[in-house]
Design a protein around this ligand. Structure first.
Ligand SMILES: Nc1ncnc2c1ncn2[C@@H]1O[C@H](COP(=O)(O)OP(=O)(O)O)[C@@H](O)[C@H]1O
Ligand SMILES: O=C(OP(=O)(O)O)[C@H](O)COP(=O)(O)O
Length: 393
């Protein structure tokens, strides 16, 4: 079912609550990749041109219901002001009397950024009262946070219970681009999953088995699968309670004749530091005190070869701790293979997109998606709660 967009309703002069995904990668208080801010600009600018009062809400990181200084949205407000060429006012909270006053003081075309919605534990619980407090600030709800559309939270779905909700331009475009892949992907279809959000995404992997021809697992995600093969992963990131599920996935891939590619070698280090002692080892020889921080050269070549044979590639999650130069080679090799491929290529996720930008191949990718988990769940065929909550056309 097609959803109404911001163009289908009258926003002229109205107070518009816009959920964006400004969960940008940070290096201290510096934004290391502003793609998610850039991609929200068309909706924000359109609303400004319509003389709306634009009230932006986002999460940043996972502060778990407390104020965490490093997750304040202040650097985002600064960057957004630069990009819009206009002062963006920053509220100290997402709700409360001071925030209300700031909204009342807004003029036509003004932009206000609310503080991180996840500073309230009610956000991720989709608490009705908190959703009402957010909704009270505005007349209309626009959801442009594709990257958070797989979350049923107060600011993504709860607000839509109170205010009429429509899609922003970014949300529309993501659904259109990814929709093409869901309905008729060209085969061989290769999915590459890495990164660090293991428990979030391992369930998705299970469901992708019925869609893809080749499944490649790297990054922190691979450690759980290496453990499932009976090998030690030393001090690596590991989600022990997902090892059984990883074993099931290995078995089901075999039954369903999906080619499952796991790393055969790894770059291990004594600490998560660029200068730590490091070496390449086969995955069945990871020493006890060491941690896996990248896939090894043999795995990188094997993964790149699979990409070269693909007609459709979807990638979410870096192959290693690419933010540190010594552990970026696996991610670089996969990014390079995608950039040289004639396949339809989709790269999604805050850090994965930051990686392809850093490597300089973003313009060679068919679709850069602002959502990692969201694009994977969409590809599974699930209706995303943040989309379901919006008005039908
Ligand atoms: N082997 C590993 N051990 C620990 N962290 C890893 C490993 N490989 C990748 N990562 C981390 O995963 C993070 C990105 O994961 P994730 O959030 O799932 O990706 P995305 O934001 O693209 O969806 C990066 O910060 C990267 O450093
Ligand atoms: O960064 C995000 O997801 P992603 O890492 O899967 O791209 C989104 O902002 C969602 O964040 P969350 O996974 O903390 O809910």
């Amino acid at each position: 079912m097609q959803k109404k967009s911001v163009k289908d309703i009258d926003v002229k002069g109205k107070r518009v609550f816009v959920r964006v995904d400004f969960n940008v990668p940070l290096d201290g208080d510096k934004i290391s990749d502003d793609t998610r801010i850039q991609k929200a600009l068309p909706t924000i600018k359109y609303l400004m041109e319509q003389d709306a009062r634009v009230i932006l809400a986002s999460h940043l990181g996972r502060p778990k219901g407390e104020v965490v200084e490093k997750y304040r949205l202040t650097p985002v407000a600064k960057r957004l002001s630069e990009l819009l060429g206009k002062d963006v006012v920053m509220a100290r909270d997402s709700i409360g009397p001071d925030t209300k006053q700031l909204v009342e003081a807004m003029g036509a075309g003004d932009v206000l950024l609310l503080e991180n919605v996840r500073f309230h534990s009610e956000e991720t619980k989709n608490d009705e009262k908190y959703a009402r407090q957010l909704a009270e600030l505005a007349d209309v709800f626009v959801n442009d946070a594709f990257g958070a559309a797989h979350r049923a939270h107060a600011s993504t779905t709860g607000v839509a219970e109170v205010l009429p909700g429509v899609a922003g331009f970014l949300m529309e475009k993501e659904l259109e681009m990814l929709g093409k892949v869901v309905t008729s992907p060209d085969h061989p279809f290769v999915a590459i999953i890495g990164g660090a959000k293991v428990s979030d995404k391992i369930g998705v992997i299970e469901n992708l088995l019925s869609k893809v021809d080749v499944l490649i697992i790297g990054g922190g995600m691979a450690n759980t699968f290496i453990r499932a093969q009976g090998f030690s992963v030393g001090k690596s990131l590991l989600e022990q309670d997902k090892v059984e599920l990883a074993k099931d996935i290995i078995d089901r891939a075999r039954e369903q004749k999906v080619e499952l590619l796991l790393p055969t070698d790894a770059v291990v280090a004594l600490a998560m530091e660029p200068t730590a002692k490091q070496k390449v080892v086969p995955v069945n020889e990871i020493p006890e005190d060491w941690m896996v921080l990248d896939i090894g050269p043999e795995s990188a070549e094997q993964f790149a070869a699979a990409v070269r044979k693909a007609a459709t590639v979807v990638w979410n999650g870096p192959m290693g701790v690419f933010e540190m130069e010594p552990y970026a080679k696996g991610t670089e090799a996969v990014a390079k293979a995608l950039s040289e491929s004639n396949a339809a290529t989709i790269v999604g996720g805050g850090d994965s997109v930051a990686a392809v930008n850093k490597i300089g191949v973003a313009d060679k990718i068919t679709h850069i998606s602002t959502g990692g988990g969201a694009s994977l769940e969409f590809l599974e065929g699930k209706e995303l709660p943040g989309v379901a909550a919006l008005q039908d056309k």
